[in-house]
Design a binder for this molecule. Structure first.
Ligand code: MLT
Length: 404
């Protein structure tokens, strides 16, 4: 008789956003007349930029003509897209990344989950707490996290780095040495970020301790302040200790179109073994490439017009972030995030738990947010709202909250 991967049975409950989706669906079924405002999952609401839509159309036409039709995409990505990324995302910021260090994928979520494939199951991971649940859950599936303590909401073999108001939502270097460190800046869920000098400390620590950093920079387009790094490779030595994951979802609205990439520098080695070769092997074996039409559409964001149009999209969401920050502050909430990130992190009022506040907002004012405790034990007593709603709904949501 075959055996299943029993690590899956260790996972408590369902994926955070599936649980929320289910709760909201139940509420809607029971209250069909209520207009719900969704500020929960970080899903975009603006349509794709016109340059992207135009390129999609021409790419579809190319697929319908014998001479320009494309079959399987190169499994590491089309050169035209990797070249644009190397030039505009890295060289423009003084970072030298070659195209064979860039691996195109269908998004940052898959890459941040799949990257664990190239590491031994005995590695010890360190995560921020609260944290994007994919990092932990995929390590649970791989059998890397030990046993779950439901009272603490923690896994026995995971090093948790609390990020709370006390440390300004920035993790401190862990006391126990990890092998793999997950960092995400600008941060999901807290919306916090760190300056370059701070990130340099992490790079130095990883180099010294022999750890690898998985750096999720999916929200870099939202950085508004100077001295906040857009890429970990802006730090000295990072190419020898860090993998960076990027997404087209948040900067260009590709949540439904799916496109992302991972950078694995050739300098990153375990002994003589280049992680770049391992990831190339994994990618080539398990992935058949993001579709040509999507990669072509993605490349349009690097044109002058594309840069302008996507910058406008980011500005639209950041205007929402400001409305939420100011609205909540006026209503007496303690708020952080929303300055270099599309997420606003607030302290729940009256000692409510995160889920109590979720129910309260849903029932009283029909607003959906994300309970902080869903991101880890240190998220308890916090709540996340996203700036990815429409401008009108964001304004209405703040009106409703102020009247509470
Ligand atoms: C979130 O709401 O945290 C994001 O939408 C998650 C994701 O990008 O997968």
């Amino acid at each position: 008789m075959y055996k299943i991967n029993e690590n899956y049975l260790k996972l408590p409950g369902s994926y955070l956003f599936s649980t929320i989706g289910k709760k909201v669906a139940e509420f809607t079924a029971a209250n069909p007349d209520k207009k719900i405002i969704r500020l929960g999952i970080g899903d975009v609401t603006l349509p794709l930029a016109p340059v992207v839509v135009d390129r999609l159309h021409t790419a579809v036409d190319e697929m319908g003509v014998k001479d320009t039709f494309k079959g399987y995409a190169p499994d590491l990505g089309y050169d035209f897209l990797r070249e644009a990324i190397a030039l505009h995302d890295f060289k423009a910021r003084g970072v030298d990344i070659s195209i064979d260090e860039i691996f195109i994928s269908d998004g940052a979520k898959s890459d941040s989950g799949n990257i664990g494939d190239i590491f031994d199951v005995d590695n010890k991971i360190a995560v921020c707490d609260p944290v994007y649940p994919v990092y932990v859950d995929t390590n649970v599936m791989a059998g890397r996290t030990g046993e779950y303590n439901a009272d603490l909401g923690k896994w026995s073999k995971v090093i948790y780095m609390p990020c709370t108001a006390e440390n300004n939502f920035a993790p401190e270097l862990p006391k126990e040495t990890p092998d793999i460190i997950y960092l995400c800046f600008p941060n999901n869920p807290t919306g916090s970020t760190i300056k370059k000098a701070e990130l340099q400390k992490w790079v130095d620590y990883a180099l010294k301790s022999g750890a690898v950093i998985i750096y999720d920079a999916a929200y870099e387009a939202y950085i508004t302040e100077d001295d906040v790094p857009h890429s970990i490779y802006e730090c000295d030595g990072a190419k020898a200790c860090a993998i960076e994951i990027r997404s087209f979802s948040k900067n260009a609205g590709f949540t439904g179109t799916r496109l992302g990439f991972t950078v694995v520098p050739k300098e990153l080695k375990s002994g003589d073994i280049m992680l770049n070769s391992l990831w190339a092997r994994r990618h080539g074996t398990k992935f058949n490439g993001a579709p040509y039409i999507i990669q072509a559409a993605g490349s349009a964001i690097y044109t002058e017009e594309g840069k302008k149009q996507t910058k406008d999209m980011v500005a639209y969401y950041m205007q929402n972030a400001k409305i939420i920050r100011e609205g909540l502050t006026d209503a007496g909430y303690l708020v952080s995030g929303g300055v270099n990130a599309p997420y606003i992190w607030l302290k729940t009022p009256d000692k409510m738990t995160s889920w109590e506040f979720f129910d309260y907002l849903l029932n009283e004012v029909n607003i959906v947010g994300t309970p902080g405790s869903g991101f880890g034990p240190s998220g308890e007593g916090y709540f996340r709202l996203t700036a990815f709603g429409t401008y009108e709904n964001t304004l209405e949501a703040m009106d409703r909250i102020k009247k509470l």
